[in-house]
Write a protein that binds this ligand. Structure first.
Ligand SMILES: Cc1ncc(COP(=O)(O)O)c(C=O)c1O
Length: 466
């Protein structure tokens, strides 16, 4: 096992820097949670992911059994990260690489593999795993047809879970000084969860292994039904974890619990990890952290120790998880779907809902007094349930200073245009544009009556809090 990274040694090759990734405590997204949550930051590996750990072991196993000879080719169906791990090792060892990848994968991942000199073949995502065009079957065919080629076969190759048994598991045990109580991991090939679970349960059988699984993967249903399921996978956007078939490298007997998470929650947490914790990781990291926080809340014990994985770097998802346009197109941003009604409910939590308004016949003096009393900067002018105008503290005081007599004139003489009335079911996102310079607020109508007011200040507050 390579030495911890905070030592001062120098390295003979980049491959020697794999592993001993830092274990970092989460402190922001865990606010209000008593159980400590730690993340194993696998993006610190030189290839940027947890998969670096399996590249060399797979190649060296093939060298040992004689199937990979000098000048040979390594073929694999990979969602990218295993490709980087293999390509990096292959570059130093003088092998050629050919990778197949489903077309849902990020462009960054494809370009990255090509940067290492690999050949990348894109296959359709929307075909069953045993279809001849699937990325797994295509890789098999290429390995078979290419002379002196091996299939790295990460879904069957026991060198994969063995690598995690030999490195990831012992690192967690040592870094937590044996205090780890819960590990949350995903299962793509199942290598990580199997190797880590086996190692840690050998040290302490009480350690709970929880699998975070995307909604749409069949793994959870397979585990819950003890394999008695005809469940079929449904496409999802999180990359690297979840399955539509059961990999041979996944040993479900080490898993104590499954929790499923949808893409939306996974991506929201990935973005929070970056913005609040400064940890720039991919969507699967968000999914696993979401589960880790659930577990930590439930355990509610400051002496417990929850560990999860940030499997790869967020740089691989700049065109997806970290691209607002892509997130919006896929209805993944909170503001896309949160309605004004929901925003109002949040605004009025603990205080009575309602709109402070003034009649058109009230005086300007009364309007200014009302705004001071309630500490608001604008109010609608309401006449029998209809908004007929609006007044703001800024505009009214300016007008009052110009002409003091105006203070005792009716509001209708000094009011501005009415606030737009919008439906409570409208999305927050759509209303951001309405709150332009000339519209400092909108009135929200529900069941035919004005239910509340959303000001520019409310909207800014909401957007900043996200
Ligand atoms: C981003 C990401 N997360 C998690 C995993 C899961 O790792 P494993 O294959 O060991 O189950 C992978 C594997 O491809 C991955 O790429």
């Amino acid at each position: 096992m390579p030495a911890p990274k905070n030592d001062t040694r120098v390295y003979d090759s980049v491959l020697d820097t794999i592993g001993w990734t830092p274990l970092i405590r989460l402190t922001r997204v865990t606010r209000g949670i008593r159980t400590p949550v730690w993340v194993k930051a696998e993006m610190f590996n030189p290839g940027g992911s947890v998969k670096d750990r399996i590249g060399i072991p797979i190649i060296e196993a093939a060298e040992r059994d004689g199937s990979l000879k000098p000048g040979g080719t390594i073929v694999e169906g990979t969602s990218g990260n295993t490709g980087v791990a293999l390509a990096m090792a292959a570059a130093l060892k003088g092998y050629k690489c050919i990778f197949t990848m489903p077309d849902k994968m990020s462009q960054e991942k494809v370009r990255l593999l090509k940067a290492f000199g690999a050949e990348v073949i894109i296959t359709p995502t929307a075909v069953p795993p045993d279809h001849p065009d699937s990325y797994v079957m295509t890789a098999k065919r290429i390995a078979h047809e290419t002379p002196n080629a091996i299939l790295a076969n990460q879904f069957y190759n026991q060198a994969n879970p063995d690598a995690h048994f030999a490195t990831t598991g012992p690192e967690i045990w040592e870094q937590t000084e044996g205090k780890v109580t819960h590990v949350i991991a995903g299962a793509g090939t199942g290598g990580t969860i199997t190797g880590v679970g086996r190692y840690l349960k050998q040290q302490n059988p009480k350690i709970q292994i929880v699998c975070g699984d995307p909604v749409g993967s069949i793994l959870t249903e397979f585990w819950r039904s003890n394999g008695n399921t005809a469940a079929v996978g449904v496409p999802y956007k999180v990359e690297g974890i979840g399955q539509d078939k059961i990999p041979a490298t996944l040993d479900m007997t080490v898993i104590d619990e499954f929790q499923t998470v949808n893409d939306r929650d996974a991506f929201a947490m990935a973005r929070r990890l970056t913005r609040e914790e400064g940890l720039f990781a991919g969507g699967s990291a968000g999914l696993l952290t979401h589960v880790a926080l659930n577990v930590a809340r439930r355990v509610n014990d400051p002496t417990a120790c929850v560990v999860t994985f940030l499997c790869d770097t967020g740089e691989r998802y700049l065109s997806k998880v970290y691209n607002d346009e892509w997130m919006r197109e896929n209805q993944m941003l909170d503001t896309d779907r949160m309605t004004l009604g929901q925003l109002l409910d949040g605004k009025h939590e603990g205080t009575p809902a309602g709109v402070i308004s003034i009649a058109p016949t009230a005086t300007v003096r009364q309007a200014l007094g009302l705004m001071t009393l309630h500490n608001v900067s604008q109010v609608p002018v309401m006449d029998g349930g209809n908004c007929v105008g609006s007044v703001s503290e800024g505009a009214l005081s300016a007008k009052g200073l110009e002409d003091v007599k105006l203070l005792d004139k009716p509001v209708s003489d000094a009011m501005d245009q009415p606030f737009p009335v919008v439906d409570a079911g409208q999305t927050v996102d759509a209303i951001v544009k309405v709150l332009s310079k000339s519209n400092p607020a909108v009135l929200v109508r529900e069941d035919g009556a004005i239910h509340g007011i959303v000001t520019r200040g409310d909207m800014l507050h909401f957007l900043m809090a996200r």
